[in-house]
Write a protein that binds this ligand. Structure first.
Ligand SMILES: NC(=O)c1ccc[n+]([C@@H]2O[C@H](COP(=O)([O-])OP(=O)(O)OC[C@H]3O[C@@H](n4cnc5c(N)ncnc54)[C@H](OP(=O)(O)O)[C@@H]3O)[C@@H](O)[C@H]2O)c1
Length: 301
């Protein structure tokens, strides 16, 4: 089978398609034929060696998967060949691969009507947005400021916050304002022309999907009893309102989100779908920081 692998850390050019033996699922695992995977910014950081939690190369990137079960391990119950499933998995063998092994208990069945590209775009971004909002726990009527509202995590966060009854303010460049409003933001600030700290009054929650120096600046517009939630290192670290969230697999939440997506209650915006032959281009696009919603990768054409 074909996989994307890399022999060293570096730019998108280190990503290579190579042949590897088709894996055999363990007792509690399934073997999936890839339907689609998604690119997350962390993939680029791992590729470049800016974060190293996968260890040294060679490894295969990719955490999000949607695929069809072709084989189930001896102890797997509840799913079998032919089922379409999706989920978030963390391993050095990744999801940029024609076949993927995954723990069956990390996957959920597709609700009727969900396609692979949409399903693959959901897990990491939506679970992170959901868990960040759980940590913030906005009450109906509270104001939530979402930085990078047009991105993968951001576009889910705007929708989940609005569904909780929050008044949502997003930051995005002008070309994304109509989009961010269409998914539930009441106000959108063009951060390229306007200093958000001067454009808004105190908010109850900040979801900081940018990090860095956005931290302290965000604290300036946060109420004294507000919650600042980041998914990125930021200079707000040390403030009592600061909390860092890392997206984790949850089949319960993913099932709920999948159902909402399939019923049209939550929109998944897939900016581009590229075949795995163009994986290098997908990383270049991700690293522009300008992707709206998600990038999906389908098997080699
Ligand atoms: N800790 C975790 O578990 C976890 C999980 C997922 C993601 N993350 C991290 O969270 C960050 C966001 O992830 P993502 O998947 O949402 O990224 P993404 O989809 O690549 O984000 C792209 C979006 O960011 C917006 N953007 C870029 N710079 C901005 C700025 N200064 N202010 C406002 N918006 C800005 C862009 O919108 P415009 O074109 O409108 O500027 C674009 O739509 C990444 O650093 C990622 O690594 C962490």
């Amino acid at each position: 089978m074909r996989i994307v692998s890399q022999r060293r850390f570096g730019g998108p050019e280190v990503l290579e398609t190579v042949q590897a033996p088709r894996p055999v699922p363990g007792r509690r695992e399934v073997l999936l034929r890839l339907g689609a995977t998604a690119v997350n910014p962390v993939d680029c950081k791992l590729r470049a060696g800016r974060v190293k939690f996968l260890g040294d190369p060679p490894f295969t990137l990719g955490f999000d998967v949607s695929g069809t079960v072709v084989e189930a391990g001896a102890d797997v119950t509840g799913t079998g060949p032919g089922d379409n499933v999706f989920g978030m998995i963390h391993s050095r063998t990744g999801t940029y691969s024609e076949f993927v092994t995954a723990r069956a208990d990390l996957l959920v069945p597709h609700p009727p009507g969900l396609d692979h590209m949409t399903a693959a775009a959901v897990p990491t971004a939506a679970l992170t947005a959901w868990q960040a909002l759980e940590a913030a726990d906005p009450k109906p009527g509270e104001t939530v400021l979402v930085h990078a509202a047009a991105g993968g995590v951001g576009h889910f966060a705007v929708q989940f916050a609005e569904r909780r009854g929050a008044h949502v303010i997003g930051t995005a460049r002008a070309g994304n304002h109509r989009f961010v409003r269409s998914i539930g933001a009441a106000v959108v600030i063009d951060y390229t022309t306007t200093d958000f700290t001067e454009a808004i009054d105190r908010v109850d929650v900040v979801l900081d999907l940018v990090g860095g120096e956005y931290g302290r600046r965000s604290l300036r517009v946060l109420r004294d009893d507000g919650r600042y939630i980041t998914v990125q290192e930021s200079d707000a670290h040390g403030d009592p309102r600061y909390r860092m969230v890392t997206g984790k697999p949850s089949t319960t939440v993913l099932t709920e989100i999948g159902a909402a997506v399939a019923q049209g209650q939550v929109r998944v915006y897939v900016d581009r779908v590229l075949p795995m032959n163009e994986v290098r281009e997908s990383h270049r696009l991700s690293e522009t920081g300008r992707v709206r919603g998600k990038l999906a990768l389908t098997p080699w054409s």
